[in-house]
Design a protein around this ligand. Structure first.
Ligand code: NG1
Ligand code: ZN
Length: 529
């Protein structure tokens, strides 16, 4: 380790006195001006991680759906997954070390994680469109250079694009080419192959309006436009040329507010969707002829995809295990529909993509979505190999055609992480193939009225939860009060948990009618007092 370089560069990226930040569900998130030392040190950590696992590691500068003034950084592991939990702690230690302790902390991490500093290292960098992101990614590069290693700066990319690049690189191209062209070509080819088999695409069905949250999604969709087939005509709104990132628009705004984004003029029954600020989430919606807004969230996306995959799996007649993974925020009626009508097993895990991803890996086909629209589908190696083999060798036409569709789904889905662009193409393909309108999709089941609020409390860590965050263990008495309230209402459910990305407590409630959501007011009262 070049100690002189470490001293010199860390002095250029000083840690504000008294500031401690934690590597949470989505890495570090904070006001952008507090993050310079963090990103520099994450550059250091990315090199250590790369040396530890002898693979390329990704580092993404973004704060997703959070305000433009915020920023964040997270590391991407070799197959495009989130950073391994054992390293989250190292990230937090390195981020909070005083300057004079940096070398000691690096040495400790090297010892604990058996990092050989003489090994080669390689890091891929990406960033979103925030004004602060460019400078922060320069600081990442400073960190990388102090410990020495190769890097490739992809510049402006969506979060899922960076995950894809990392996976391609570490699988020697098996997953695809680690370039933007490689990504666009892979997705558009699979999409076109899929919709070749669709017979019903009226003129109206072709059009899709997309709110890009004034973020990176707009840039990347524009780049991808030449690759799009004429079967889909996309109209981009909130492209970042006029308004601020995530301001009154984007997937998070639409989901939380349950209303359309600003900047998108919506006519009755038009199919619309919103990406979030780094394009890893998507929600759909439309307005009916009476002017009512209908949200189609991650739960309904998971349901549509599950229906489609289940039908194909039945046709290929393999003993593949399929399941859906949700979190406590999944609407109760989505869970009921999946289990009782569709007869697909559903599992509930803690909030945060890494938990959903991990659980979904247990199945041949694991569909996972957070209600907020972050999700994807994972196929086991066994299932993927078998499906590709059936495409080549199966004599039965119906079976082979079904396998072909599954193969294209495998190629269209970004299996590394939720991806708004890829999910959008999956949804558009399924709607076209099944001849479904957005209203028919919406009518699969009716969401229970629900509310998600956040409240600021003195110390959110006093709330400890269990049972996939559906029950509060502490503070004493809180859960009992929620239980008593929930009992009063039909189909009612409510829970509180500390956020992993903001200094707030989130409160969720649902019940059979909106009026009965009065439960929400009362849960709020007990959480704050
Ligand atoms: P927190 O802040 O822990 O609730 C939020 C989302 C998660 C996930 C992460 C990462 C909700 C209720 N929570 O986590 O689902 O997306 O951000 O971005 O939407
Ligand atoms: Zn995001």
């Amino acid at each position: 380790m070049d100690l002189e370089a470490l001293r010199r560069y860390s002095a250029l990226h000083p840690k504000p006195a008294g500031l401690t930040l934690q590597y949470g569900t989505a890495g570090f998130r904070s006001r952008a001006e507090q993050l310079d030392h963090i990103v520099f040190r994450m550059g250091l950590l990315a090199i250590l991680r790369s040396k530890a696992v002898t693979a390329t590691i990704g580092i993404m500068v973004t704060a997703s759906h959070n305000p433009e003034e915020d920023n964040g950084v997270k590391l991407v592991d070799p197959l495009g997954e989130m950073l391994h939990p054992s390293w989250e702690e190292y990230a937090t230690q390195l981020a909070n070390a005083e300057e004079q302790e940096l070398q000691k902390v690096i040495t400790e991490i090297c010892q604990k994680a058996e990092v050989n500093l003489h090994k080669d290292a390689s890091v891929f960098i990406g960033r979103d469109t925030r004004p602060s992101s460019k400078k922060l990614s320069q600081s990442v590069i400073d960190g990388i250079q102090v410990l020495g290693g190769q890097y490739h700066d992809y510049g402006l990319v969506t979060t899922p694009q960076l995950h894809y690049m990392v996976c391609c690189q570490n699988t020697q191209g098996q997953y695809g080419k680690a370039t933007l062209e490689g990504y666009y070509e892979k997705l558009s080819k699979a999409f076109m192959e899929l919709i070749k088999q669709s017979h019903c695409s009226g003129e109206n069905q072709k059009h899709l309006k997309i709110d890009c949250a004034n973020g990176i999604g707009a840039l990347k969709l524009s780049e991808m436009k030449p690759y799009f087939p004429q079967e889909v005509v996309i109209h981009i709104y909130n492209d970042g040329t006029k308004e601020k990132l995530n301001h009154l628009c984007g997937a998070d705004f639409v989901k939380v507010q349950q209303k359309p984004p600003g900047g998108l003029d919506m006519k009755p029954n038009e199919r619309c969707c919103s990406f979030d600020g780094d394009a890893d989430r998507i929600v759909y919606y439309y307005k009916d002829t009476a002017g009512h807004f209908h949200l189609i969230d991650g739960d309904k996306i998971a349901t549509l995809i599950s229906i489609f995959l289940k039908e194909l799996l039945a046709k290929v007649k393999q003993d593949f295990k399929m399941a859906v993974v949700q979190t406590a925020y999944a609407n109760g009626n989505s869970t009921r529909y999946l289990q009782e009508t569709l007869k697909v097993p559903v599992h509930c895990v803690k909030t945060g993509v890494k938990h959903l991803h991990h659980k979904a890996q247990e199945f041949d086909v694991g569909v996972y979505f957070e209600a907020n629209g972050h999700g994807t589908v994972l196929f086991s190696k066994t299932a993927e190999t078998k499906i590709r083999q059936l495409v080549k060798e199966e004599k039965d036409d119906e079976k082979r055609e079904a396998a072909k569709m599954l193969e294209n789904m495998i190629d269209l889905i970004n299996q590394t992480v939720g991806d708004a662009v890829s999910d959008m193409l999956v949804i558009e393909a399924i709607l076209a193939l099944k001849g479904l309108t957005v209203q028919q999709w919406d009518a699969l089941y009716t969401d229970l009225p629900n509310r998600l609020l956040k409240v600021q409390v003195a110390d959110r860590r006093v709330i400890d939860t269990t049972d996939a965050e559906r029950r509060a263990l502490t503070p004493p008495g809180l859960q009992e009060k929620i239980d008593a309230l929930v009992k009063k209402y039909k189909l009612s459910r409510a829970f509180v948990r500390p956020s992993g990305t903001e200094d707030v407590v989130r409160i969720y409630a649902e019940a059979d009618t909106q009026v009965r959501q009065g439960v929400m007011k009362e849960v709020c009262f007990h959480t704050c007092h």
